[in-house]
Design a protein around this ligand. Structure first.
Ligand SMILES: Nc1ncnc2c1ncn2[C@@H]1O[C@H](COP(=O)(O)OP(=O)(O)OP(=O)(O)O)[C@@H](O)[C@H]1O
Ligand SMILES: [Mg+2]
Length: 339
């Protein structure tokens, strides 16, 4: 069964004093199946939040159809079956976590007899039981995000619509939300989440819809990406300067940190040569791993960015989808290697 359906949706906003209209969604066509996790990926300003607002009936689209649970978007019968985490949730910060969830339960007209148990369940689910009686204003960003997710769960919805659920969180916070969402997915919830960060959605999503400039460029089924060959990074130690020079002369990008070398190999066919060279020059191979994920390659191609064939961008040249998280993961790996 289809949970929601966007059919040829167009939306524009008046953009300046000449009252010209700027197209924001241009023929978006997307369907979400029951039990599926669909990530909506796109740059800042691509139109993700606009799509979500259309699904909730918060804005009127110019043309096209938006159906949720078979109803017109915004229909109370549809809203009752979904939970929504806005991009910038606004909290009544003088309330405690528990009071806030009770308020949400009241808005859903949950009878008091039921709401007490449900609020306790939700607090447990989002790992906030211990802090439930502290005021929201004393919460960290990560805790607030968990409360935001909690409020979306109070009515035990079948569908979760999450606008940047990991937005603004540090790697630990991202990990916590990702774990939480994995649990909800396993419980059978249907999830639609927007993000502009690939690494956040890669492990969670069943499908990824790539939006660019209001147009849906491609919908990737993550199962199709298994085993797809991508550029590799060869990590090794104790590679002498002459070997580094040779590799660079042959066109490979080599990054050096202390005695660690990372060689980007864009063509899998060249891998044996590179490994042979490392071996013959006395280098010690640590590992070979994908340089970019298959999804990242597709995403970059769809939005028209071609990474230079064998180069992972340096931090100062990072594209906006190249996340600080990746840098942290790299750094942690390097530390592990040094140990
Ligand atoms: N109420 C509005 N009036 C005029 N323009 C708007 C309005 N809301 C959104 N826009 C414009 O529509 C475009 C898409 O915005 P939207 O918020 O949907 O993007 P997004 O993909 O969610 O971006 P982000 O990743 O930054 O959240 C942007 O250019 C934005 O400036
Ligand atoms: Mg947005």
């Amino acid at each position: 069964m289809s949970i929601f359906r966007l059919h040829d949706v167009h939306k524009s906003y008046r953009s300046d004093f000449l009252r010209r209209r700027k197209p924001v969604l241009q023929g978006v066509q997307l369907e979400l199946a029951e039990g599926e996790t669909l990530a909506y990926l796109g740059h800042n300003g691509a139109g993700k939040t606009t799509t979500i607002k259309a699904l909730l009936g918060l804005i009127r689209v110019d043309s096209g159809r938006v159906e949720v649970f078979g109803h017109r978007a915004g229909d109370p019968a549809a809203l009752a079956r979904l939970g929504y985490l806005p991009e910038n949730p606004w909290f009544y910060d003088h309330l405690t976590g528990r009071e806030f969830l009770h308020l949400v339960a009241d808005l859903h007209r949950l009878p008091r007899s039921k709401s007490r148990r449900r609020v306790d369940e939700v607090l447990e689910l989002v790992g906030m039981t211990e802090n439930a009686d502290r005021r929201l204003r004393t919460f960290s960003k990560g805790m607030l995000q968990r409360m935001g997710l909690g409020q979306a769960l109070v009515n035990d919805p079948e569908l979760l619509i999450l606008d940047e659920p990991m937005g603004g969180l540090d790697p630990v916070g991202r990990h916590q939300i990702r774990t939480l969402l994995t649990g909800l997915k396993e419980q059978g919830k249907t999830i639609f989440m927007s993000s502009h960060i690939l690494s956040d959605v890669e492990s969670l999503a069943d499908r990824v819809a790539i939006l660019d400039g209001g147009r849906l460029k491609r919908v990737v089924d993550m199962r199709d990406l298994e085993g797809v060959g991508v550029a590799k990074a060869v990590r090794c130690r104790e590679l002498g300067p002459s070997a580094v020079d040779r590799l660079r002369r042959e066109g490979y990008a080599v990054q050096i940190r202390g005695d660690l070398a990372s060689i980007a190999v864009d063509d899998e066919g060249k891998l044996p040569d590179v490994l042979q060279l490392i071996h013959s020059e006395g280098g010690r191979l640590l590992r070979v791993e994908p340089l970019r994920s298959s999804l990242e390659e597709i995403f970059l191609a769809e939005i028209g960015i071609r990474p230079s064939p064998a180069t992972k961008p340096e931090p100062e040249h990072s594209s906006s989808i190249q996340e600080a998280t990746d840098e942290v993961v790299e750094a942690v790996r390097d530390v592990q290697e040094v140990r």
